[in-house]
Design a protein around this ligand. Structure first.
Ligand SMILES: [Zn+2]
Length: 354
């Protein structure tokens, strides 16, 4: 009898799972402080960091934190707040941190994608990752073979994801689409070649439209999409462009979500996991432009989830401390898969799934 009940329980839970596609989307070094309270008074009124301060104040400054964050991230603070979950508001006691001690990009993306804070990964050097990412784990399963793809502004991802070993297509940096390009891809190739240099190899919007076109053409089940403008502008001490990049990031999320909801293959079957690779330093110590091992606050991150299996909790107020190394296993769990890669990886975040 017990066995029958267990069987029925398992059948019911696997039947109940609706997610068939998972998209992991990141914006590099996007501070949790801006995520939860919008434009920061200590930066937006300071002409050192915000040259065109008056115009930016007009655009992004509001009296309350709730209004400010909604102005900066309208998709996050309407759609996801009402239907999904947003973790990492430390002012409410909901903490999310990176586990790795380095607090910069390769260690962070490795932790997001492999679930393992690898002490050996201590630089951003373009070295093939020994660790297996959740993307590779899924791509090795017949169900997902050839249905996993990655797009990024930063050109280190072919190494982080180990494109050679994993066989996952990773379009990064100034890489053009040369195999059977669609008219849109031809135009994006030209824009990338002829536009003035961005802070990185290409601007985030180019990465976004390449990714969207790939989704329209190939309908991947698993997508990793990584933006970089927020980090680049923060390093430059340019809060104006940082805010504009963060605002555009929210627009990409909205546009991709709306596209997915317009397609039978994705509608009500797709979960977005949205996060960042690291936080940034303290404003008072003038360290907000930076991050790294010596900057403690740079361990502080956030994460948002929306999809058919995620209970609508909005801004999560639970007193807890989550870690970046939990994201990989959480992503696989949405697909009913138990991600393992031979390392000691973080547990799936159970509250993200019904
Ligand atoms: Zn950085």
């Amino acid at each position: 009898m017990k066995k029958i009940i267990l069987f029925l329980f398992i059948s019911f839970t696997s039947f109940a799972q609706k997610t068939e596609n998972v998209f992991i989307i990141t914006s590099d070094g996007l501070r949790w402080q801006d995520m939860f309270s919008g434009a920061d008074s200590a930066l937006i009124f300071d002409k050192t960091y915000t040259k065109d301060s008056a115009a930016m104040v007009k655009k992004f400054w509001k009296k309350t934190a709730a209004e400010r964050r909604e102005t900066l991230f309208p998709f996050m603070w309407n759609k996801i707040k009402n239907e999904g979950q947003i973790y990492g508001n430390r002012w409410l006691g909901n903490f999310m941190d990176v586990e790795n001690i380095y607090r910069f990009s390769y260690p962070g993306y490795n932790e997001i994608l492999t679930g393992y804070a690898d002490i050996k990964i201590n630089s951003n050097d373009k070295k093939d990752n020994e660790n297996v990412t959740v993307l590779e784990f899924l791509n090795n399963k017949p169900k997902y073979k050839g249905k996993v793809a990655a797009f990024s502004t930063w050109d280190c991802f072919p190494y982080i994801i180990n494109e050679k070993r994993s066989g996952i297509p990773v379009n990064s940096g100034d890489e053009k689409v040369i195999v059977n390009p669609s008219p849109k891809e031809v135009l994006l190739n030209e824009i990338m070649e002829m536009s003035p240099p961005a802070h990185a190899e290409r601007a985030d919007f180019v990465t976004y439209f390449f990714a969207k076109e790939y989704v329209e053409k190939n309908k991947p089940k698993v997508l990793f999409l990584s933006f970089d403008d927020t980090d680049g502008w923060a390093h430059a001490g340019n809060y104006k462009e940082y805010l504009e990049s963060a605002h555009s990031f929210d627009k990409y999320l909205q546009d991709l979500w709306d596209y997915c909801q317009s397609q039978p293959k994705y509608k009500d079957k797709t979960t977005f996991i949205i996060t960042t690779d690291h936080g940034r330093g303290d404003i008072i110590k003038s360290e907000w432009t930076s991050h790294g091992q010596r900057i403690r606050d740079a361990a502080q991150i956030w994460m948002a989830v929306i999809g058919p299996d995620t209970p609508a909790m909005g801004e999560v107020k639970t007193k807890q401390n989550l870690f970046q190394n939990q994201i990989a296993k959480t992503a696989a769990a949405f697909l009913g898969e138990n991600f393992e890669n031979g390392k000691e990886i973080g547990k799936a975040i159970s509250s993200t799934k019904k």
